[in-house]
Ligand binder design. Structure first.
Ligand SMILES: *Cc1c(COP(=O)(O)O)cnc(C)c1O
Length: 453
């Protein structure tokens, strides 16, 4: 239909299976290693903090994994999410390109993170675990897991990076509405937190520190497991609902994307949108480009090292094979809080390493400029994280204009920015700067990679 703006699916069309890219990758990532022995971790090592259902998904080679009916039932609260054609943005750019975006901000959490929070809570409850711990940076993951635990009658403890806890009180309020207990990390609740506080009482915290705290508590308590909002294979598996729906919606719109774009922190919204298209590329020979976009202040895929590294600061997690800036990397206080992690998904990292996925790093100012143009054209205020995908999509559309090509661009609008308005204030009042990562800082944190110690 010409002039169509929103391409919608019905509830019956929510996918019945998740897509597992491990079935189709030319090279699988090297296996996670035990932090103490350096040997590949087995299911027994992970049992202390994860349920068997998720451990099985983590290592599964099956292409399609069934979505439990109870999970689909909760997905119906916001799925299928809309696919929109950004016609007003196209007009503002005066580009021949077609720009589509998948909008994940319609979830009750305001981002894509609920797509995995729900099944993670579900598979824990299936095995009788009624208590979860986690970490959160800017708070989106903490909110999503709090909502999911609430749906299943479970309790949830969240270690929230201190600087966000102090600067972004609204997401803490949301977690508390859903019944979670929230601590500013580093906290005095754990040995890892107390150690950091003793060395640096004013520590602003980091995701790596908060993960250490959440894992320590889960490992030390029989009744408690840990949940991670990104990076791991099972998280990207759950997020594939985004791309599966989008592929169907693009088919109905009558266009196949030339390029699929998403921002990349730990890789979950990127993998979620892009992997079903990667299936087309790897298995069916489709000529689609897949682009992961990160901030130049935390340039994991574009300037990090492809190596084994810890997921946290204390070295409690398995060593993962990934692009990393070093687990002791302290990211500058940029406003895309969800993109400040030192590492990345092993699946996304391997695909970048193998040349199947391309990566770009963007500065903060042009990213906010794109976010404001998008808001003024399409009406939705994007999350600062998602704005990286918007900037890259606009750059593609401008390149298409330059080349006189009717390119089709698809990007993920991973969340809305209604709780990120202080960041927009900073941008609009000229208080924001770019923070390209200095080479010396990068060299210093990479010198601490485990195999170099
Ligand atoms: C958490 C978050 C991200 C970054 O995480 P990924 O795992 O890379 O997707 C991006 N966008 C939004 C809105 C988020 O909440």
């Amino acid at each position: 239909m010409s002039g169509e703006v929103r391409i919608l699916l019905t509830e019956k069309e929510i996918p019945t299976h998740w897509y597992n890219i491990q079935a189709d990758m030319p090279h699988l990532p090297r296996p996670p290693l035990h932090p103490a022995t350096g040997q590949p971790v087995g299911p027994d090592d992970l049992k202390a903090i994860f349920p068997l259902g998720l451990i099985a998904q983590e290592v599964s080679g099956e292409r399609w994994v069934e979505i439990p009916e109870e999970v689909r039932e909760i997905y119906r609260l916001w799925r299928p999410s809309p696919l929109c054609r950004a016609r007003r943005l196209e007009k503002a750019l005066d580009t021949p390109a077609r720009i589509y975006y998948k909008y994940e901000g319609v979830s009750p959490a305001g981002s894509h993170k609920l797509n995995t929070a729900v099944p993670q809570a579900y598979f824990n409850r299936q095995e009788g675990v009624m208590r979860l711990t986690t970490e959160t940076g800017a708070g989106q993951w903490g909110v999503a897991l709090s909502q999911a635990c609430n749906f299943f009658g479970m309790s949830c403890t969240v270690y929230m990076v201190k600087v966000s806890y102090e600067q972004k009180p609204y997401r803490r309020s949301m977690m508390e509405i859903f019944g979670s207990t929230v601590y500013a990390s580093p906290s005095d609740q754990t040995a890892a937190g107390r150690k950091i506080l003793a060395a640096d009482p004013g520590s602003p915290g980091s995701l790596g520190i908060a993960i250490s705290e959440a894992v320590e508590e889960a490992a030390g308590r029989e009744d408690t497991n840990y949940a991670l909002g990104s990076v791991l294979n099972h998280v990207l598996l759950h997020q594939s609902v985004i791309g599966l729906e989008a592929r169907e919606q693009m088919a109905r719109a009558g266009h196949y994307p030339d390029v699929v774009i998403a921002c990349c922190g730990g890789g979950s919204n990127f993998g979620g949108l892009a992997f079903p298209f990667a299936y087309d590329k790897l298995v069916r020979g489709a000529k689609v480009r897949l682009m992961a976009v990160e901030p130049s202040a935390c340039p994991t895929l574009t300037r990090g090292e492809f190596a084994y590294d810890y997921g946290d600061v204390a070295g409690l997690t398995p060593l993962l094979s990934m692009y990393t800036l070093g687990s002791e990397f302290m990211p500058p206080g940029i406003h895309a809080g969800g993109l400040r992690y030192h590492g990345d998904s092993p699946l996304v990292s391997q695909l970048v390493h193998d040349g199947i996925v391309e990566a770009r790093a963007l500065d903060q100012l042009p990213t906010f400029e794109a976010a404001v143009l998008f808001a003024r054209s399409e009406g939705t205020v994007p999350a600062p994280e998602s704005a990286h995908a918007i900037r890259a999509a606009i750059d593609e559309a401008l390149a298409a204009k330059e080349a006189g090509e009717a390119r089709t661009i698809l990007f993920n609008l991973s969340g809305h920015g209604f709780l990120d308005l202080p960041s927009y204030d900073a941008y609009l009042s000229g208080r924001l700067q770019d923070y390209p990562l200095p080479g010396e800082a990068l060299a210093k944190s990479l010198a601490h990679l485990p195999q170099k110690k």
